[in-house]
Ligand binder design. Structure first.
Ligand code: UD1
Length: 351
């Protein structure tokens, strides 16, 4: 099949391109090579394997998108701004890149009768993860108050009785509750894509990524994820600085496993009923704490032990960990990279 990958020079997109080529697909790589994400555009461009057609353009450009869509069977949409951002001044950029860009792409797909889409979404659409109270069962705590965080009360209490909660695994039917600008733009992308699927008889797989790490992860930018931040600190001989008390839970999933989920999702879009949109959580299935990650990276590099700072970021959620059961059962996907092997590769100086 002929597959258009947007954001193809990015961290995840570049691995998706490689996985698609390995699966025998014909790929068109599309990327704006934005300087904020790619300080060295030539290096980013070099990530596109030779022989793959490359379109250097923005998804906001309707003419470039329409041209790139010629003869395409499936679009794999990864062009987006990620991370928490710096401050609210980032909001117009997030909305423009993530939502306007998606709307331009969807309109062009409808005009070109391209009816299959895989959308890179995120676990952040759920807000806080799943929680159970011993007395009140499943509860949905609201955003944590700054006064609680400043006092070191990091665990969200039961909204009814204030009792401690047990965190659990979020499934795809959980209501969306985006809590920061980035999360709001990812939720809007999902709604736009499902509206497109209904109106254009398309099929869309919404892949809700957990915390992706691995080779080519962005580093030393305000949009870098915690694994890259910790690795950069260790490489300069400094300890990883762990926020809160280090007990916040995430699922660190390897980028090659995310790429293989894309290959499986593309197949699904060919079998699903027209008009269908379906979400799939993409995580390893094994929750870790941020403290575990820091300790693992310190040990793997032989560097200084992590320092737990008690600092916090107001937009952060405490725990979010997903069930990957749907991805496993419906798409037959299995993660192939263990946490230990993934970290060992991640700290390799050649990376
Ligand atoms: C990450 C992704 C986001 C994705 C989401 C899916 C990035 C930048 N963000 O968000 O795009 O949608 O996963 O689940 O890749 N922390 C520290 N020390 C630091 C920096 C962060 O302890 O120096 C902590 C944070 O407080 C947070 C955790 O690490 O508790 C994860 O932070 P981060 O890597 O920014 O990821 P998420 O906010 O989970």
């Amino acid at each position: 099949m002929r597959i258009l990958v947007t954001g193809a020079a990015g961290f995840i997109g570049s691995h998706v391109v490689e996985a698609l080529l390995a699966a025998g697909h014909d790929v068109i790589a599309y990327d704006a090579l934005l300087p904020a994400v790619h300080p060295d555009p030539r290096r980013a461009r070099a990530r596109i394997p030779s022989g793959v057609e490359f379109v250097h353009a923005d998804v906001i450009d309707p003419v470039a998108v329409a041209t790139a869509l010629r003869g395409v069977d499936v679009v794999c949409h990864h062009a987006a701004m990620v991370g928490l951002g710096v401050d609210l001044d980032d909001a117009p950029q997030y909305a423009s890149r993530n939502d306007l860009g998606t709307a331009v792409l969807l309109a062009a797909m409808a005009r070109a009768s391209v009816s299959r889409l895989v959308l890179a979404s995120s676990m952040v659409v759920y807000g806080e993860g799943r929680y159970d109270c011993a007395r009140h069962g499943r509860v949905a705590p609201g955003p944590r108050a700054a006064v609680d965080l400043a006092a070191g009360r990091f665990e969200p209490p039961c909204p009814h009785c204030g009792a401690p909660l047990g965190p659990g695994l979020v499934d795809e039917d959980t209501a969306l509750d985006p809590r920061n600008v980035y999360a709001a733009t990812k939720a809007a992308q999902e709604f736009l894509a499902t509206a497109w699927a209904r109106a254009a008889a398309g099929t869309v797989a919404l892949l809700r990524y957990h915390n992706v790490y691995g080779p080519r992860m962005p580093r030393d930018t305000p949009y870098a994820g915690v694994a890259a931040i910790f690795r950069s600190a260790l490489r300069s001989g400094r300890p990883p600085l762990v926020f809160e008390d280090g007990g916040q839970r995430r699922d660190f999933v390897h980028v090659r496993d995310v790429a293989s989920a894309n290959v499986a999702a593309i197949e699904w879009t060919g079998k699903a009923d027209p008009g269908a949109g379906r979400a799939f959580n993409v995580g390893s299935g094994t929750p870790r704490t941020v403290g575990d990650l820091a300790a693992g990276l310190s040990a793997a590099t032989g560097g200084p032990a992590p320092v737990v700072t008690g600092d916090y970021r107001l937009g952060d959620v405490r725990h979010v960990t997903a069930s990957n059961l749907r991805l496993r059962t419906e798409l037959g996907w299995r993660p192939a990279v263990t946490f230990a092997a993934g970290l060992a590769e991640f700290v390799d100086p050649a990376q």
